[in-house]
Design a protein around this ligand. Structure first.
Ligand code: ZN
Length: 103
């Protein structure tokens, strides 16, 4: 299985093609790479409502069910991922500047 063309869109931060899927765990939107990936740790499926759903595969349960395909979370491969808030990941040269009001 693969995502349908109507599910595929471009990442807003890099030229990669992605699909937005809802996590089965908490219904949050998560970008996954459009191209199925045998190394991916996600199982994507299309719901009866024509939305894509994603669940995490674990080492204990890496099996793909009927109708699912394996995909990589786009965060893992995005060449320009959004900065993570609250992490101590160091970014050199980029420092948020507080907005100064002209009045
Ligand atoms: Zn990206």
């Amino acid at each position: 299985m693969k995502p349908a063309n109507r599910h595929i869109t471009a990442c807003s931060r890099c030229p990669a093609l992605i699909c937005w899927a809802l996590t089965t765990a908490n219904g949050k939107r998560q970008p996954v790479n459009a191209e199925p990936d045998s190394q991916g740790n996600l199982a994507v499926s299309r719901g009866a409502d024509d939305l894509l759903y994603v669940r995490s595969l674990t080492k204990a349960h890496p099996e793909i069910r009927a109708g699912e395909w394996r995909a990589m979370p786009h965060h893992a491969t995005c060449i320009n991922p959004p900065p993570r808030r609250g992490s101590d990941h160091q970014r050199t040269g980029v420092r948020p500047v507080p907005q100064r009001r002209p009045w």
